[in-house]
Design a protein around this ligand. Structure first.
Ligand code: F6P
Length: 499
């Protein structure tokens, strides 16, 4: 039945974008939706009334309403791990017990921010936040987006096991004034714990009498943090039901709350809650995350697009593509359905991107004239983030808008080398300003869009078993327990470490 629905979606006639505009004078208002000071322009996608209607029928067939309800009421929808996915409870939407729990844990986090701010634990001015994946990408991206540069604390987020990432920070920081924040949901992640040990060694070498006294742990496994040596009063737990890539809203946001102020964190939660409400209440054809997912599925399944490119026309949002890569690819990069059967649709597109205008001079050639059809997402902020000549920001925005227009319009030339086919889709997301509230709403939009895509694909977006095998093999290689791996890997190991 569902495959029939996909067949009928594939059978819909394809109209070029410019024809869609010519045929419907209301297209811009119909496909331009606003929420929380963010304007989402889907008009330059191939969505039209009949596509939206067909996808809405598919959504009903996939019981999207029930799935949204299940997500937002804390049902155990992460079926492979038998638990709920309760990131929205952090923002106030969920089962009453989970919302209460999240609020109590936020309160605890707020108190610790106040205690540290008061100087009661030491005169800290520098923070090293250690974590990886969801325990680093969100805090790092948020901090880069919202910092003003005059904050009381200097924050560095380090994730890689490569000492090249950590060493320059240790050379620059003052051990006595450094707060070490260890962020790990499981508190077992090799990279994070190795970096943490190195920071503690450095503190000791620099004469800090009690390095563990300068540690805060953010984790869903507090017992493990205690065992590791962190004092219980400085452990900020969060719920096991908050997934790593959805954990920014939990105590994983602590370093940002400390560095930028707790109210920034609260505003981010409030912005996200507004988007949650919109997602919960809006009909599919007015529902921003749902429409975005319809467009995603249209390009992935009907037009065969294997990637989606995201370009932030704002340096402050430069880490957003990295954040979205984990959110979308770790969530929806799956090969089996909820029932465990082989997925016959394309799973998550490969999400890639960069910063405009830089990317225009590097990768846009392919977007305009390459043989791949790549749906592009542009992000821009109307309010400038700098105080230089307004020509800078105006130029930035104009470039952003021009790219979307050029991709769509194309330009005919008798010289085939100079011909632009056009009809290349884009979505433009224009934020009024870049504040904690709007950023919170934007990130919640991406989470819900990822969820809707998963529902339409009938997959579980909340597990990530695909990352385990590589971790296991790294341990096996390190153990050198006589179990031979393949000959190529053995040779690489021999060359790197000697026989
Ligand atoms: O290896 C993948 C992963 O489990 C991500 O899902 C997670 O965000 C990251 O590692 C870090 O895990 P943890 O927070 O448990 O250290």
């Amino acid at each position: 039945m569902t495959s029939d629905r996909w067949q009928s979606l594939r059978a819909l006639p394809l109209s070029p974008l410019t024809h869609l505009f010519d045929a419907d004078s209301a297209r811009v208002s119909k496909f331009g939706l606003e929420q929380a000071g963010i304007y989402f322009d889907f008009s330059k996608t191939h969505l039209e009334d009949k596509t939206v209607a067909a996808f809405a029928e598919l959504a009903d067939e996939m019981r999207l309403s029930n799935r949204v309800e299940a997500l937002l009421s804390g049902e155990p929808i992460n079926i492979s791990e038998g638990r709920a996915a309760e990131h929205c409870a952090e923002r106030g939407i969920g089962s009453p017990a989970s919302v209460d729990n999240a609020q109590a844990l936020h309160q605890r986090m707020k108190s610790l921010v106040e205690i540290i701010d008061s100087g009661a634990l030491g005169e800290f001015t520098q923070i090293i936040h250690l974590g990886i994946g969801g325990s680093a990408l969100g805090p790092k991206m948020l901090h880069q987006a919202l910092k003003l540069g005059d904050e009381k604390y200097e924050l560095e987020v380090v994730s890689n096991i490569d000492g090249v990432a950590l060493e320059p920070i240790l050379e620059r920081f003052d051990a006595g004034k450094t707060l070490l924040v260890i962020a790990s949901k499981t508190f077992t992640t090799a990279e994070t714990l190795m970096n943490a040990r190195s920071v503690l060694d450095w503190m000791r070498e620099e004469g800090v009498a009690d390095p563990l006294g300068q540690v805060v742990a953010l984790t869903a496994n507090p017992e493990q943090a205690v065992e590791w040596g962190v004092d219980e009063t400085r452990i900020l737990p969060f719920s096991e039901t908050v997934g790593g890539r959805y954990s920014l809203w939990s105590s994983i946001g602590f370093s940002v709350a400390l560095a930028l102020g707790y109210e920034v964190f609260e505003n981010m939660l409030a912005g996200a809650a507004g988007m949650d409400q919109h997602f919960q209440d809006s009909p599919w054809d007015q529902n921003i995350p749902v429409l975005a997912a319809f467009a995603d599925q249209y390009y992935a399944q009907i037009r065969g697009c294997e990637t989606r490119a995201v370009f932030a026309y704002d340096e402050r949002l430069g880490l957003l593509p990295d954040y979205l890569q984990q959110l979308e690819m770790e969530s929806n990069g799956k090969s089996v359905t909820l029932e465990g059967e082989k997925l016959t649709l394309h799973s998550s597109p490969i999400v890639w991107g960069g910063v405009g205008t830089d990317a225009q001079h590097a990768v846009f050639q392919l977007l305009h004239q390459g043989t791949h059809l790549v749906p592009v997402e542009f992000l821009a902020v109307a309010e400038a983030g700098d105080s230089l000549d307004p020509a800078h920001h105006n130029g930035l925005l104009l470039n952003c808008f021009a790219q979307g227009a050029a991709l769509m319009a194309g330009k005919e030339s008798d010289d085939s080398h100079r011909n632009y086919e056009g009809d290349r889709p884009s979505v433009t997301i224009l934020l009024e300003d870049l504040e904690a509230c709007s950023l919170g709403a934007l990130l919640a939009f991406y989470e819900h869009r990822t969820f809707v895509n998963a529902v339409l694909l009938n997959i579980n977006p909340f597990d990530q078993f695909g990352v385990e095998l590589g971790k296991q093999m790294a341990n096996e290689l390190a153990d050198d327990d006589g179990n031979r791996l393949d000959a190529s890997t053995e040779e690489l190991k021999k060359r790197a470490f000697g026989a």
